[in-house]
Design a protein around this ligand. Sequence first.
Ligand code: ATP
Ligand code: RIB
Length: 302
Amino acid sequence: MKKILVIGSLNMDITLRMERAPEAGETLTADSLITSPGGKGANQAYAAGKLGGDVMMLGAVGQDAYGEELCHNLASVGVDISGIRKIAGVSTGTAVIFVEHTGENRIVLVSGANSMVDRAYIDEHMDKIRDCEIVMLQLEIPLDTVIYAAKRAKEMGKTVILDPAPAIPNISAELLSCVDYIKPNETELNMILTGKTDSLQFDEALEQVQKLGVKNVWVTLGSQGVFLKESGRDGELIPSVRVTAVDTTAAGDTFIAAAAVSLAKGKSPREAVSYGNRAAAITVTRPGAQKSMPNADEVSPV
Ligand code: ATP
Ligand code: RIB
């Protein structure tokens, strides 16, 4: 099995479950508050580890209880955490998540230690990039670091998988030219190309992102599934599994991690998407980020 290296964020998620998020100037009472491990990078590493992948994570936490818990949780599913930096005098990243009764979520991030993952740290860990076959990146660490890591990984012939979330307007063409697989949802796809959420038609956006050098596109479409567009082939909707969603937090993280594990096992992009859909459909039926993710026995085989 190919080795996966995740370079990204670790956040402690503070989740408030409530009928609906408050409007400006409004005070509401939540049903519950739960603190649990999250962060797009850590979620993807955790999901891939729990599904049986050979995974290492690079990123940073503060020297605090949240940081300890996040690292411990990753290690509990076999993720190699030896490269994660523990920085004094800065807090571990935090996400405040409002989950409405519909299952929809809204997230406010405090970057903390994630903002200190810089080029120098990547340089210190170049051996880890050399040692893996698949590199997974997201946008909760500085963009400059993501571009730098993607370029180094590409130069070394690695497969680069990018989750362009949270979306950055007009993302750099330099970054996209290094990407083998990208996983935006529809609004993220538009935002990274045009700086707006709806200015391009779906087909135009797919064509544009591939012209910029991305080989394969996985557009996540919530309960509908994922639109797969491999370069040189017609696009295809791979439908999701029908379930009742209670919390969609980390559905995208589970999807991309499961798809990466499937690719690591030598499966095709289409099989990878199908496996990702099956894993993510389980995540949405449970509350929380990492604690909602399935193990390999729960997902029908790759
Ligand atoms: P994030 O989780 O960061 O918001 P995203 O916007 O990519 O990421 P979605 O498109 O909502 O996330 O979901 C990702 C994937 O999870 C979908 O493509 C699908 O495979 C699965 N999924 C999401 N919602 C449902 C649902 N209601 N029923 C079944 N599967 C779902
Ligand atoms: O993708 C879900 C994640 O986004 C949450 O765990 C939260 O930490 C935010 O970063």
